[in-house]
Design a protein around this ligand. Structure first.
Ligand SMILES: *[C@@H]1O[C@H](CO)[C@@H](O)[C@H](O)[C@H]1NC(C)=O
Length: 248
């Protein structure tokens, strides 16, 4: 039996959202799970809950040096495994009217969605390039969690959209450049509120619709697994996901 492939996810938070659900879904699908996040306490706790095939690789910030160090540590931790799927889920939610947006907000957005996304993508692509083709004819799959704000601006989303547009265009550029190397890059537009246990503002466009319960993190994660399982003869660059009752 070949060793389990590795799934790397950046942006896990406390484990209750999309990153955490993806870790569980890929673990159950037979992957080793490498968790990258800022803040080591909750990350180490979450890795412990997942068990021996999961490990925490906390970083202070998403820059080139830190992300490279995390990927080196992952390869050292599981030297006999290939990194086959990498998910960049790190995000900063800044929803403010334009004149309220500060320079500090923009630093957070660019650190996470520009510099962080580039740094993560670079390490994933470099890892994939060294690997042989898998059963689906791919070297690896790089996934990005996007949002409706990646395709259109809105009042309150000038800062958030700046980051999400950037992630979307990066994913498209990479899909075009590295498809020829059998590296699959995909972007998921998440359209609606994600039902985590973290209380947050109601950004849904259907306030008052009790049946619009939001997107379940596990259901988003299952779509990520579906993307990872696609073969190179017919694969998706962009997928959009929304609850049945979302107005769009
Ligand atoms: C993961 O992605 C979701 C959807 O964009 C976002 O709500 C969540 O904050 C992200 N997690 C982290 C830790 O950034």
């Amino acid at each position: 039996m070949p060793p389990r492939p590795i799934f790397v996810v950046a942006g896990v938070g406390s484990g209750s959202g999309t990153g955490g659900a993806s870790a569980r879904v890929f673990l159950n699908a037979g992957y080793r799970v490498a968790l990258i996040a800022r803040g080591s306490d909750s990350l180490t706790k979450f890795a412990g809950q997942l068990g021996g095939e999961a490990a925490a690789f906390p970083i202070a910030t998403y820059n080139y040096k830190e992300v490279e160090t995390a990927f080196s540590a992952i390869k050292k931790h599981w030297p006999d495994s290939d990194i086959r799927v990498a998910l960049y889920n790190a995000s900063v939610g800044i929803f403010k009217s334009f004149l309220e947006v500060t320079e500090e907000d923009l630093d957070k957005i660019t650190d996470s969605n520009v510099k962080g996304a580039f740094a993560f993508a670079r390490q994933a692509v470099v890892a994939f390039q060294d690997q042989s083709l898998d059963a689906n004819g791919k070297r690896g799959t790089l996934l990005f969690t996007g949002a409706t704000a990646a395709t259109r601006g809105n009042s309150m989303t000038s800062a958030f959209s700046a980051g999400k547009f950037s992630v979307r265009s990066l994913s498209q550029s990479l899909a075009k450049e590295f498809g020829k190397q059998n590296i699959h890059v995909a972007h998921a537009v998440i359209d609606g509120v994600i039902a985590t246990d973290k209380p947050h503002r109601d950004l849904s466009e259907t306030p008052g619709d009790k049946e619009n319960v939001g997107l379940a993190p596990e259901s988003i994660a299952k779509s990520y697994l579906y993307l990872a399982n696609q073969d190179r003869s017919a694969w998706t660059w962009e997928l959009d996901l929304r609850p049945a009752h979302e107005k769009w």
